[in-house]
Design a protein around this ligand. Structure first.
Ligand code: AMP
Length: 347
């Protein structure tokens, strides 16, 4: 879809990484627009780089004719992030008739567990075994909810009984309707690492722009409670993301990191045209041998990139400007626009 040559606006939903995205857009000379819930206006009005705000009661209103009209009138490119993916169904995202940065069709592959596994396998990534039935649980497993839940509600199970106990709690809390809403995956022992990439179809280059780990409550706090008290209190961990912590990897691991990212880009091109333009993240665990097992991917910007507003130890190797992921997106839009190749980077 070719955009008009009229000046473009970079737009996004007010949540997740919107500050970084709009700051980066402003640094690259764009007009910026935020679709913002009224209850959150107080936060976003603090920042001078937000040029225009569409006030809504709920972010779902981005699908409304009125909102889409304003986005069209401002010649907006919508930058998708985790909130768009978690609050809207794949059908709804695919129907948005505003140009979306990246590949909106691949967001369905992020949201659907079996498509997700298919793409990771096609990319040749090592992935955790998925366990089809609670009767097949014979080692430590992590039980997950579908969709981008940010780790909320995840729990550990090691046999049928522990699975059922955890499921019952979620059903009682009305988080899920039945055990069928759960997905069981082999638990990989090691350290979780999130690899933040950007792929440019304009240059054909894959860039590693940052690495982080998540700070999750309360699994990351449980280590502060001594073993005796943990046992006494029958502590059950949860994996709710609260923030992100910067990380650099051993340099000897970086070559493999680039290869995994490139394999993912090629696999996406084969399975979900037009592939993986823009930001994405491979999410996994390094075990004690330094082997990476990928348990998830995000096919759009992740919130862990918020760490690197002024650039990261990896973006600094590629750019002299402080290059956040948000700014990198805006720069891609700028270059594509100048070259008349906007259709290569948006869907
Ligand atoms: P996710 O929302 O899927 O990115 O996962 C949230 C958190 O759960 C991660 O940051 C990890 O701490 C943990 N996790 C998810 N999958 C696995 C796995 N297969 N093995 C070990 N830990 C996992």
């Amino acid at each position: 879809m070719a955009k008009s040559t009229r000046k473009l606006t970079i737009a996004t939903l007010g949540s997740h990484c919107s500050l970084q995205v709009l700051k980066g857009a402003k640094d690259e000379g764009f007009r910026t627009l935020l679709v913002c819930e009224k209850r959150r206006l107080g936060l976003y009005l603090r920042f001078g780089f937000v040029d225009e705000i569409i006030e809504v009661d709920s972010l779902k209103e981005v699908l409304s004719e009125q909102c889409r009209k304003r986005l069209r009138n401002t010649n907006s490119v919508l930058i998708p992030h985790g909130t768009l993916v978690s609050q809207m169904k794949s059908d709804e995202i695919e129907k948005i008739d505003i140009p979306i940065f990246g590949n909106k069709w691949i967001l369905r592959w992020e949201a659907d567990r079996s498509l997700k596994e298919k793409l990771m396998r096609e990319a040749g990534l090592s992935t955790p075994r998925s366990v089809k039935s609670k009767d097949d649980i014979n080692a430590l497993c992590i039980v997950k909810l579908h969709g981008a839940a940010g780790g909320r509600g995840y729990y550990l199970a090691w046999d049928r009984q522990s699975f059922e106990e955890g499921a019952k709690k979620l059903i009682d809390q009305k988080t899920i309707r039945s055990e069928n809403d759960l997905y069981i995956q082999e638990f990989i022992r090691g350290v979780p690492v999130y690899l933040q990439y950007f792929y440019s179809p304009l240059t054909g280059q894959l860039e590693l722009l940052g690495i982080d780990r998540r700070y999750e409550s309360d699994i990351d706090g449980i280590g502060r409670i001594p073993a005796r008290q943990q046992l006494g209190a029958e502590v059950e961990p949860s994996y709710n993301v609260i923030g992100n912590i910067p990380l650099v990897l051993r340099e000897s691991l970086l070559d493999e990191v680039y290869k995994m990212g490139e394999n993912f880009v090629r696999a996406a091109e084969r399975l979900v045209s037009p592939g993986m333009p823009g930001p994405f993240c491979l999410e996994g665990v390094y075990d004690r041998e330094g082997k990476f097992t990928t348990f998830e991917f995000s096919a759009r910007i992740v919130a862990g990139t918020n760490l690197y507003l002024d650039g990261s130890p990896y973006s600094g190797l590629l750019y002299d400007d402080p290059m956040s992921m948000g700014r990198r997106i805006a720069r891609e839009v700028k270059i594509a626009s100048k070259k008349g190749k906007l259709d290569r980077i948006m869907t």
